[in-house]
Design a binder for this molecule. Structure first.
Ligand code: KIV
Length: 275
């Protein structure tokens, strides 16, 4: 049996499968995950991609931006996700300054995400200037997902989280970047907070799938940060986030009931004890 066949005989998804889904007009689903059990659940319900996002720095570690997460932290989370996922494509987000400093650093660090992290692909933020690096990574066998539009690692340059591509120089830059990344061999591209008509135009022009977040309904797939979807992250709610659950509230209520029960000596019961 090949190393690329799961114990159930099922082949894990790879980058070309997502391109085929676009050709067939099938919407691609991706969510972020940071821990083993969440990733296993997502895989079991048939998601196509699990992104180990550097958003972990905000929703897992409570930091104000994605900037300070380290390669070791990302490797730690990526290893857990890769062990859990049998079918979906695991994509490891490359943290700030793990790939921008030099080509050698980028090759080594992206390579570690596949060798040590077990990921099937890496994701790099940035426009046309990233294309030569993406091409080099693809050349040595590392599948690369691009990420354009709002690029949170450049938040200090952008100044604020705002919709991208509303003015024509930015729209032209995003179109050029999308083409350059596709030409570099990227298998897919996140469009984050891109004005919806522009996201549709880019999606129609590219042959590789676009995965939108806050970029309207006409991207080839959609991704959300799982803590947003589940209502676990309550600090703010961007307009594009639809909360499918209110887990923070459910957790507050459950834990409060447990605290009350302990204080009333109603937990543990005799049935929950060993005599
Ligand atoms: O880090 C992350 O979660 C991401 C998604 C928002 C695409 O990059």
């Amino acid at each position: 049996m090949s190393a690329h066949v799961t114990p159930s005989g099922e082949k894990p998804l790879a980058a070309p499968d997502l391109i085929r889904m676009k050709q067939r007009g099938q919407p691609i689903t991706m969510l972020t995950a940071y821990d083993f059990y969440t990733a296993r659940m997502l895989d079991e319900i048939g998601i196509e991609g699990v992104l180990v996002g550097d958003s972990a720095n905000m929703v897992f570690y409570g930091e104000p931006s994605t900037l300070s997460i380290t390669l070791d932290q990302m490797l730690y989370h990526t290893r857990a996700i890769s062990r859990a996922v049998k079918h979906a494509l695991v994509i490891a987000d490359m943290p700030f300054i793990s790939y921008q400093s030099s080509t050698e650093d980028a090759l080594r660090n992206c390579g570690r995400m596949l060798k040590e992290g077990g990921a099937g692909a890496v994701k790099l933020e940035g426009g046309e200037h990233i294309a030569p690096l993406a091409a080099r990574l693809v050349e040595i066998g590392i599948p690369v997902m691009g990420h354009i539009g709002l690029v949170p690692q450049s938040i200090h340059q952008l100044g604020a989280f705002r919709v991208q591509g509303k003015d024509s120089p930015t729209a032209e830059y995003l179109k050029r970047s999308a083409r350059a990344l596709q030409d570099a061999g990227c298998f897919s591209m996140v469009l984050e907070l891109v004005q919806a008509d522009l996201a549709r135009e880019i999606s129609h022009e590219l042959t590789i799938p676009t995965i939108g977040i806050g970029s309207g309904p006409e991207c080839d797939g959609q991704i959300l940060v799982i803590n947003d979807l589940l209502g676990l992250f309550e600090d703010f709610q961007p307009k594009f986030v639809r909360r499918y659950a209110h887990l923070a509230q459910t957790m507050r209520e459950a834990c409060s009931r447990w605290i009350d029960d302990v204080r009333k000596r109603a937990y543990p019961s005799d049935e929950e004890s060993y005599r």
